[in-house]
Design a protein around this ligand. Sequence first.
Ligand code: ARG
Length: 479
Amino acid sequence: MIAKTDAAGGPSLLPEVLAFSSSLEQDRALLREDLVGSMAHLAMLSRQGIVPAEAARAIHEGLVGLWRDAEAGEFVPAGEEDVHMAVEAELTRRLGDVAGFLHTGRSRNDQVALDLRLFVRERCADVLEGLSELLALVAARAEADRAVLLPAYTHRQRAQPVSAGYWWAAYGAMFARDVEALRFALGQVDASPLGVGAIAGTSLPTDRRIPQELLGFSRLTLNGLDTVGDRDFALDFVYSASRFLLHASRLAADVVDFASSEFGFLVLDDAIACGSSLMPQKKNPDVFELVRGRSGQGLGALVQLFTTLKGLPGGYNRDLQEDRAPLLGTAANVLAVLGALRVAIPRVRFDPVRCRAALDRDHTQATDVAEALVRAGVPFRSAYRRVGTVVRKAQGAGLGLMQAAELAREVDPELAVALESVGDVAASVAGKRSAGSTGPAEVDRQIAALRQVASEARTAAASVPRLAQLFLALSGASR
Ligand code: ARG
């Protein structure tokens, strides 16, 4: 045990204490981040003349060897409190005492902050890539389904006719905001914490800018005491990811409803519909139910992380180790949901006849009639009341809105004219012209905007240095 026995010369840790305090199960996933970070730190120590060139060369080769062995599954960190110690212990086994130069001028406190930032930065890129694909998919569905008409709902009551393109674009607008949030998170994580040491910095002639540049960070963190206790970048990532999961859960909720026989608007392809072990007729929307359910994990992780951080005194506290489960869990969760949506979205199909029937049997064009009266100079509130009176009569008589003109002719002739002037639902949708509406030109504009965000998300993701690239660059760098 390096941290306790070897370094401090104290008695070894009780096995129960080691088991309780170890983060190795979780941070083993950060091994590649840890190795790349160490390579950059070592390059700095060597360039600054803090570590003799020969020692630096040996340690560098050792780190490269660990990366290769890890990739081949031949090095699995074990037997220590965390991944950082396990790497140092293995290096020491392989190289002897010379490995001891590596930890000069840094602490596990800035090291874990670095590993987490490298992890979050790359996951931001993965999620942005996934969102870019999702947006392209949603835009394509919006375009393909723009002629399908269905009711839009407020209070889960039929409200007004819209196109299915508009419905898809609504979810696209949510996912476009998620891209913005992820890009914000990417900006927040983009600062190198390495080299602040345990909390107060170092008297050695280190240069934090060297690993910052080698690792592709655009700036340094400002203050070491803050840096070692800062997990805001993790909060920003988990928040953005949970908010995406929330949006995905709302899309899923619509799909689950729309695929029920009560609505009948959507049909699920057999390849994504699960069966029942008992009822032979069932075609269940389990994928969408699980997408909806997974958002709970996201929110739980966000609350868990906030709660861990709340009230911590300044500097490093071991509580911070509890960031691993919500952070790593959320990254896996959000990528799994993106993957599920990617295969499921192309496999749901609107039933235009059932959608249309829901409009014909209802009074979703009542607002259009009121607007026809407004166009004839009637104040909106009186138009609203007059249409309301006739709608209630028609509903009582079991008549649709379009058959209500007869009813209106005697009591309100002007309204009868307005009723006749309102065309069918297609005309209603086509007549919407305000920005952000369901009008076809507006939906086209929304689709174009979604495609623009998809391309920006792809570019943002591509600008993030990947660990594999960093490893290649660092392993080729001369010592
Ligand atoms: N195992 C800790 C973690 O994963 C890193 C070590 C923190 N430093 C310390 N002095 N115990 O966050």
